[in-house]
Design a protein around this ligand. Structure first.
Ligand code: CIR
Length: 260
């Protein structure tokens, strides 16, 4: 069960007190900033323990959702693509990340049409799936396809279930050929040709997990999922993300993992 991609580093952006104003689909309690910061520090430690060099970018207090750095950019090998987040309040995060990427990647390009969030992009061993959602439209997906043309990766545009924020809210790649997915997303047929491990019913909030080199990192508090993955032979590490979840965030969105 090899890792689909070997990551060397991760870029993260710490939360700031403005994170309490983060977007959420359903009105609910604000995250607690101090607890969020602790969770974020623990998340960084998990990435480091998995062998990644973690680089911490500057805080962006004017952008409450900037901790969810995955939505502003995509890294594929030595190429970084600056995306166009679909929520108006998040568009400034793209401008803010350009210099960070230019300092680290040999090629940086930008999506300049439509909208596309990193949370809607699943990179597997040999293709890129772009999920259309309330945040990612066809124009953005098309512009991203053009931006990725030089990678030689196959690219497919697929649908995100309605009422699901991002495509990867509901799925993750766990090894070269295996996707972990909620039943509702798997039912769309978009993972034909892959092995699919279906997320236990009632634990859909655990589906946004990440394979980081030799380990699968998932949220604490989802025992059926943890058991299922462990019994399937994965080395599972859990970490808290309850505060991020209050504003619809999960594990994939808090870092940009790079093989470069
Ligand atoms: C938002 O609604 O944009 C943020 N509050 C959460 C973004 C989570 N990002 C992700 O899953 N890729």
């Amino acid at each position: 069960m090899l890792s689909p991609i070997r990551f060397r580093q991760a870029l993260v952006r710490p939360p700031t007190p403005s994170v309490v104003d983060g977007l959420r689909a359903i009105d609910g309690p604000d995250p607690d900033f101090a607890r969020f910061a602790d969770e974020h520090a623990a998340y960084v430690a998990v990435l480091q323990a998995a062998g990644l060099m973690v680089e911490v970018m500057a805080e962006l207090p004017d952008h409450p959702d900037a901790v969810f750095v995955e939505d502003a950019a995509l890294c594929v090998g030595s190429l970084a693509v600056v995306l166009r987040p679909g929520a108006p309040s998040r568009s400034g995060e793209a401008d803010a990340i350009v210099a960070d990427l230019e300092a680290r990647f040999s090629k940086v390009t930008r999506v300049t049409e439509g909208f596309v969030d990193g949370g809607d992009i699943l990179v597997t061993a040999d293709e890129v799936l772009i999920g259309l959602s309330a945040r990612t439209d066809r124009a953005g997906a098309g512009a991203l396809m053009s931006a990725l043309a030089s990678t030689g990766l196959a690219i497919r545009i697929v649908e995100t279930p309605s009422d699901v924020l991002h495509f990867k809210t509901d799925c993750a790649i766990v090894d070269e050929r295996t996707i972990f997915s909620t039943a509702r997303l798997a039912a769309s047929g978009c993972f034909e040709g892959y092995d699919v491990v279906v997320c236990p019913t009632g634990e859909e909030a655990a589906a946004n997990l990440i394979r980081v080199n030799d380990v699968v990192v998932m949220r604490t508090g989802f025992p059926a999922t943890e058991r299922l993955l462990t019994e399937a032979g994965y080395d599972v590490v859990t970490t808290d993300a309850d505060e991020a979840a209050r504003i619809d965030g999960g594990l994939s969105c808090m870092s940009l993992r790079c093989s470069w």
